[in-house]
Design a protein around this ligand. Structure first.
Ligand code: NAP
Ligand code: GCO
Length: 265
């Protein structure tokens, strides 16, 4: 059974993985035997990431690359194939969010979120699929969201992107399943990372942020997720254990999507 979850001999590219969810997922894939390559948008963060992986006992290779830049992504993938080998596993993790009421959000801001959270996964998947086909297998994992299923105030661009990412996942699964490429989504709930730090900030009186209390009430597990909560599901979707799972969004949300929420006391 262990072999089924082994990633020995596999090369995994995790985008935007200097820290946060990407770092945790990459670390989990490494523990399962994968060779890790990752990118970030700045050399400073790539260098910090390489040091952090090293401190965790992981020999990760970092590349500076803006995932919205198709030429840069194609150059990075060619460099990885030349220096490390063909990418077996792609995790489209890099992402941004802008929390702005829709009617106050500029079209440029909306487009920027769509560019990173939806166009970039398309660009990165398109860059790795040809070699996966030649190799005879591939795994693509798109990091979706609660906002792939639900809306909320101020996150219109992000929800549109993550909803689109759910359908891009299903479409890649449909178009390349015959070439033994499985494309699935991982849908984290509310996870404690820099991206959600503003939603968890202590109030001036030392009390919890109202949104923090809201999420605790909406989550059966009554806690925020940790990035490490995602590593097991990620290894499953990256391994042979999921070879007949395709086009599925695996929500790792502590039960948020199943729960109406705790009745206010
Ligand atoms: P994060 O802490 O903000 O980290 C995002 C990472 O993506 C950073 O390393 C960032 O690099 C990188 N990035 C952003 N734009 C990029 C670009 N154009 N090119 C390359 N790298 C880029 O976010 P996170 O919480 O770890 O989230 C990671 C993924 O999970 C995102 O797709 C997010 O939407 C999704 N997600 C998060 C949660 C949550 O509750 N945290 C829940 C569901 C889904 P820089 O720091 O250099 O900009
Ligand atoms: C927000 C949060 C969420 C999480 C995540 C939930 O402002 O609502 O940032 O969007 O990041 O996507 O799954």
């Amino acid at each position: 059974m262990g072999e089924m979850f082994s990633l020995k001999g596999k090369i995994a590219l995790v985008t935007g993985a200097s820290y946060g969810i990407g770092f945790a997922i990459a670390s989990g894939l490494a523990k399962a035997g994968a060779r890790i390559v990752f990118n970030d948008i700045s050399k400073e963060f790539v260098d910090k990431g390489v040091a952090a992986y090293k401190a965790a006992g992981i020999d990760a290779q970092g590349y500076v690359c803006d995932v919205t830049d198709e030429d840069a992504v194609n150059t990075m993938v060619a460099q990885i194939e030349n220096e490390v080998g063909i990418i077996d596993i792609l995790v489209n993790n890099a992402g941004i969010i802008k929390r702005v009421p829709m009617c106050e959000m500029s079209a440029a801001e909306f487009r920027q979120v769509i560019d990173v959270d939806l166009n970039a996964p398309f660009i990165c998947a398109k860059a790795v699929i040809p070699s996966m086909i030649k190799k005879g297998h591939g795994k693509i994992i798109n990091i979706c969201s609660m906002m792939s299923e639900l809306g909320r105030e101020t996150v219109s661009a992000y929800a549109a992107a993550k909803g689109g990412l759910k359908m891009l996942t299903k479409n890649i699964a449909s178009e390349y399943g015959e070439q033994n490429i499985q494309c699935n989504g991982l849908g984290p709930g509310y996870i404690a990372t820099p991206q959600t730090a503003p939603l968890r900030e202590k109030q001036p009186d030392g009390s919890r942020h109202p949104f923090d209390n809201f999420i605790i009430a909406k989550t059966p597990a009554a806690r925020w997720g940790e990035p490490d909560d995602l590593t097991g599901p990620a290894v499953f979707l990256a391994s042979d254990a999921s070879n007949f799972v395709n086009g599925h969004i695996l929500y790792v949300d502590g039960g948020i999507l199943a729960y109406i929420g705790k009745q206010p006391q």
